[in-house]
Design a protein. Sequence first.
Length: 275
Amino acid sequence: MTSATDDLPLAADFPKATVDDWRKLVDGVLKGAPFEKLVGKTYDGLKIDPLYPRTKGVAPVVGRAAAAPWQIMQRIDHPDASAANAQALNDLENGATGLALVFAGGNAAHGFGLEPTADAVAKILKDVHLDAGIGLELEIGPQSRMAAIHVAEYVKSNGIDPAACDIRFGLDPLGAAAVWGHSPYTSDEIVPAVTVGIKGLAALGFKGPFASADGRVIHDAGGSEAQELAFVLACGIAYLRAIESADIPLEGIWQHEQTLEEFYLDLVKGTPNNH
């Protein structure tokens, strides 16, 4: 299978580069130093080579619809709802195509965050045209767990078609418990809450994604890349098992959060990402 870049005439005008050609250039720069000097390692000791060849015969992983643009998401986290609304409108007028609403107590709030009340949500989203392709991403925590419901109620009360909205609800109770370091509930009680939330939002007509596996809490606490990945996988599997047990279709329910460092590591390693 070929990609769009395989047949570009511009690329054909350049001589074909090989790994051997690259190594000769690199050796000239190293000036006798060992090539291993360019090999990095993660905190867990996993090797990161300076160059990875493109894998042949592998179909691309579709992360979004063909020719769909990237979204430019702007973080909105001001505790004053009116100020947050002014910031959101200014960002949208100047190129942003989506808003990441970070509520107080969320995984990435860091002591800041939006007030998770219905009144605050209405003020924050005033004059934001949610049915015109503007994306919303919610980051919520234990004290702001009702924010997703308030956003859904705002959409319905304003006569907006939920199916026309691009809202990622970010339901991640295990991540929230990790942020706070404790929970009054057991994991057997926490995980099913995701299925209840998904069923309720889907019944209102929202298309999701609804659930999120967020590894940033591990990264922010000083965890390694492998620990962050292990946490994301563990949360994701727990949610998927609960969702499957509740007979909820898996299509469209999922989103994955990663750190900027993880994104760059994925680029270096050639790892595909679905978002």
